[in-house]
Design a protein. Sequence first.
Length: 95
Amino acid sequence: MKTESAQASAIIRKFIKSLGVKASVRSDNFAGGSSIDVVIKDDVPEETVKAIQEFCEPYKYDKGGRIDDSRIYEFRDDIPQAGFIFVRKDWKLNQ
């Protein structure tokens, strides 16, 4: 059975593919959490990157820290989630 982060990765990958965008979507599990790394391989407009980031938001349960260094978590039972999701363009596109 796939981990929750792997399941979320598959959903995100399917969404990105539906936009016609080429990207690498990889999940990682480690002590204390999990993450998904999305690297966009196409030179797409910033609006597309924002749309992908917004789509990923519900699949991320760690919503960040507060001023008192406590974390805000939003766990959901209806969808698979990962602790952190990073979305970025491939650095090679800027060369």
